[in-house]
Design a protein around this ligand. Structure first.
Ligand code: GTP
Ligand code: NA
Ligand code: MG
Length: 291
């Protein structure tokens, strides 16, 4: 994209870590709502996507990833739209299998990590031990002479949240994140489902351009037209710019997480692109089929 039309965009942050280390609680605390209480058994069943506004009015887009092993693939796909990984490690529990998995995903995707050492309020919390153990996985925090920022936090007590936001903003500045808002949108599906009343609904993250009500699009191999856009507060909006998560109504079917949504000029073009993608999908299936 030409340099002059590029505008700064909010960082997209994925919160990753072992089950029950406090990912959702940390996001709740940052957002000051209460998502964990509404979850079945306190286990995140899907990837939530929303934007928080810091005290200095800067925006941060956050993806809450499920802590369940079955969601590994979705999480891998999630890492591709992610600018920064917040690695949540419970200070009383330490480095666990899914902590290591998250480190490996971040490294494979070349995504910078910020370590949030959580549950620092617990008497058995040992932040120094976590810093030392992270060395074994080649995550070298600043206190250990590395360049990975680490912040001690308590999601439940609200400790260290401002420092975490500062760390995110500092990392985001280094990345010089930019996008063109004044072009046809491209977005990535974060999650999608069939809603009884509303039909197929997808939560997408706009990666380029501005997605507008009435836009014709292709998502995966399906075409559609934006009937409504709903923001992360449940409010209808007319458009969504780069780094904005938004719910889209008006899909022809339920896409997969990770599918690309591309806005096109008209329905005929949408059909052409959809057919092209279908043919390509069939081709790769045929190529993979055993002979
Ligand atoms: P999954 O999505 O299931 O992987 O869990 P999660 O990582 O989102 O953890 P969640 O936010 O559901 O928190 C798990 C438990 O830890 C809950 O009982 C929280 O109340 C508790 N917890 C989270 N953060 C803190 C903290 O800073 N201090 C203490 N003492 N408890 C915490
Ligand atoms: Na949990
Ligand atoms: Mg959770």
């Amino acid at each position: 994209d030409p340099e002059e039309t590029l505008k700064p965009r909010a960082p997209v942050v994925a919160v990753m870590g072992h089950v029950d280390h406090g990912k959702t609680s940390l996001l709740d605390a940052l957002r000051k709502t209460n998502v964990t209480k509404g979850e079945a058994g306190g286990i995140t069943q899907h990837i939530g996507a929303y934007q928080i506004t810091a005290k200095d009015k800067s925006k941060i887009t956050v993806l809450d990833t499920p802590g369940h092993a079955a969601f590994t693939e979705m999480r891998q796909r999630g890492a591709n739209v992610t600018d920064i990984v917040i690695l949540v490690v419970a200070a009383d529990d330490g480095i666990m299998p899914q902590t290591i998995e998250a480190i490996n995903h971040a490294k494979a995707a070349n995504t910078p990590i910020i370590v949030a050492i959580n549950k620092i309020d617990k008497p058995e919390a040992n932040a120094q031990k976590i810093r030392e153990r992270l060395l074994e996985h080649e995550v070298i925090v600043e206190a250990m002479s590395g360049d990975v920022q680490d912040v001690e936090v308590s999601a439940t007590k609200g400790t260290g949240l401002d420092k975490l936001v500062d760390a995110i903003n500092l990392q985001a500045e280094l990345l010089e994140l930019k996008a063109r808002p004044d072009r046809a949108a491209e977005a990535t599906v974060i999650e999608a489902q069939l809603d009884k009343g509303r039909g197929p609904v997808a939560t997408v993250l706009v990666t380029r351009g501005t997605l507008k009500r009435g836009d014709t699009f292709v998502v995966g191999t399906e075409s559609g037209r934006v009937r409504a856009l709903i923001d992360d507060n449940g409010k209808q909006v007319k458009e969504a710019g780069p780094s904005t998560p938004v719910e889209v109504l008006g899909l022809g079917g339920v896409p997969d997480a990770g599918d690309q949504m591309t806005v096109v000029e008209n329905e005929q073009r949408a059909r052409e692109v959809a057919e092209f993608r279908q043919a390509k999908a069939t081709e790769s299936r045929t190529a993979l089929a055993p002979t």
